[in-house]
Design a protein around this ligand. Structure first.
Ligand SMILES: [Fe+2]
Length: 254
């Protein structure tokens, strides 16, 4: 089984990059499942239904998100109706939307789970305990996790914690792809961060000038999405096979 994951789509140029590159990438890789993180697709913060539809039209099966999922209030209008639009599972209280989706691929139940870290991020429910609780009811499924988090340490710790229970964990949120794709000892395909999809020449998807000015002056600046110039699409591809009666990752590359 092959899964393709595309990193954070940033702004209109991110949607354009997805539209431009994903079809050919899918023709080459032939994944059974394509997942895209879309939480920055509307102006760099949030997602509206039109962005969600654009991402699906480009070839995604499931859209994941993270800390910016609520930034455009219009997300409330459709997130309950679209079970392939995910928000992090570990939000506290009775928030709208779904944190995971289970589909069937060649007789195998595959669950895509969206989780969010808490280190240097807003203090939502502890993702480690949230995963334990989630896993109690999903032990027979192949579990793919988009762990949306800021720090490399929390991401690696979470990966080590779920190794042997989940089969894939990719990180999102930092917009910079890490060079550490590996299969952990108990079969988890792991990548700290997949990176982003959008402008190549900005800074994490935003215009360089204001970010640099912030460092020069230490004063707040309004960050705008870089919508011009060259584009990039960052992704990871994961192959999984049945070994010892349990699905394990064969390899992950990015
Ligand atoms: Fe984020």
């Amino acid at each position: 089984m092959r899964i393709l994951f595309v990193g954070d789509v940033v702004g209109s140029i991110g949607l354009k990059a997805l539209h431009t590159y994903l079809k050919d990438l899918k023709s080459e890789l032939k994944p059974q499942l394509t997942i895209v993180n879309g939480e920055n697709s509307n102006g760099g913060k949030g997602i509206k239904e039109s962005d969600f539809k654009s991402i699906l039209n480009s070839g995604a099966d499931i859209v994941t998100s993270g800390n910016h999922v609520w930034d455009k209030r219009e997300v409330i209008d459709f997130i309950n109706d679209k079970d392939n639009m995910l928000r992090p599972l570990n939000y506290p209280g009775n928030v709208p939307g779904n944190g995971f989706k289970t589909i069937n691929i060649n007789g195998q139940k595959v669950t895509v789970l969206n989780m969010q870290g808490t280190a240097l991020m807003q203090p939502i429910d502890n993702p480690f305990y949230a995963f334990d609780e989630f896993y109690n009811d999903h032990q027979d499924e192949m579990i793919f996790v988009d762990f949306h988090a800021e720090t490399t340490s929390e991401k690696i710790a979470f990966g080590r914690y779920i190794d042997g229970r989940a089969q894939v964990m990719v990180g999102t949120h930092t917009h910079v792809q890490t060079n550490d794709a590996q299969v952990f000892p108990k079969g988890l395909a792991y990548l700290t961060d997949v990176g982003m999809t959008g402008a190549l020449d900005g800074i994490l998807g935003t215009k360089s000038k204001r970010v640099i000015n912030r460092f020069l002056t230490q004063r707040p600046e309004k960050f705008d999405v870089e919508e011009d110039g060259r584009m990039q699409l960052n992704y990871a591809v994961i192959d999984l096979n049945e070994k010892n009666n349990k699905i394990k990752a064969d390899y992950i590359r990015s």
